[in-house]
Design a protein around this ligand. Structure first.
Ligand code: ZN
Length: 252
């Protein structure tokens, strides 16, 4: 039995990659960068990890592809959205939120900062930030070098061209701040933020503007792979009871 100690989890992590999949349809340049959609590219590199089983879901699918059945078997949900935030049904947002409270991990990418689900998690207007598309260089500096999300990376990730996001970013103080980005235009941005919500772990990761090949970058892929493992729920978490509870009998 001693051999069991220190073994990694034996069940695979079930990942669902959700994408609104709109830019890919309406913008030829984006379709060329992501011929299988942003979700297809992310699912493809995650599928190379032997401990992950990956599915995809998009806005146009019934229930946006996020049925009870799909969510109940999802350990980590990845979210990319931009143009279609308002088209996401509130009932589905509430269903995703409930699963996070119950332990499902969530990774919110790039313009997902303004998604309904991330705004609900933040409780602040996380739409508020500065932005411009000016092909600036971005350097993501690691500010939490002992964290599992930065395992296998150097102390920074350099993206020659990305959309600029700048502070102030109107989010609650992250429970853990993993990356701060510098941009050649002078802005800085909290670009890797961890939150705990209920039993769930949430990671916001800034890179991934649709007109740059960001999700083909091996270091960005590494961060997302690491984040999936970090956000995957531990097994057999305690049942939590909210609301009125009767006085327990006096102990003998
Ligand atoms: Zn963008």
């Amino acid at each position: 039995m001693a051999m069991m100690e220190g073994m990694v989890r034996m069940e695979k992590i079930h990942v669902t990659v959700w994408n609104e999949n709109l830019h890919e349809k309406f913008d030829q340049k984006v379709a060329e960068i992501y011929p299988e959609g942003i979700h297809g590219t992310i699912a493809a590199f995650l599928s190379k990890e032997c401990d992950m089983e990956v599915g995809t879901a998009t806005l146009e699918m019934p229930e946006h592809g996020l049925t009870e059945e799909v969510l109940n078997r999802t350990d980590v949900l990845i979210w990319w959205g931009h143009m279609g935030h308002d088209k996401v049904d509130d009932a589905i947002v509430n269903r995703v939120y409930a699963r996070i409270m119950d332990g499902m991990g969530l990774i919110v990418l790039h313009s997902g900062h303004a998604s309904k689900i991330f705004r609900k998690i933040c409780g602040t207007n996380s739409q508020d930030l500065k932005w411009r598309e000016n092909n600036e260089k971005e350097i993501l500096w690691v500010v939490k070098p002992g964290h599992p999300i930065v395992q296998g990376l150097g102390e920074k990730i350099v993206l020659e061209h990305e959309e600029t996001y700048g502070e102030h970013f109107n989010i609650p103080e992250p429970d853990e701040l993993i990356f701060i980005s510098w941009f050649s235009g002078g802005d800085v941005f909290r670009s890797g933020c961890c939150y705990n919500r209920g039993k769930g772990k949430v990671f916001y990761f800034k890179p991934g503007h649709e007109s740059f090949p960001i999700y083909h970058n091996p270091e960005i892929q590494k961060v997302i792979v690491n984040a999936v493992r970090w956000a995957a729920p531990a097994k057999d978490l305690p049942q939590i009871h909210y609301g009125h509870v009767p006085t327990p009998p006096a102990e003998e």
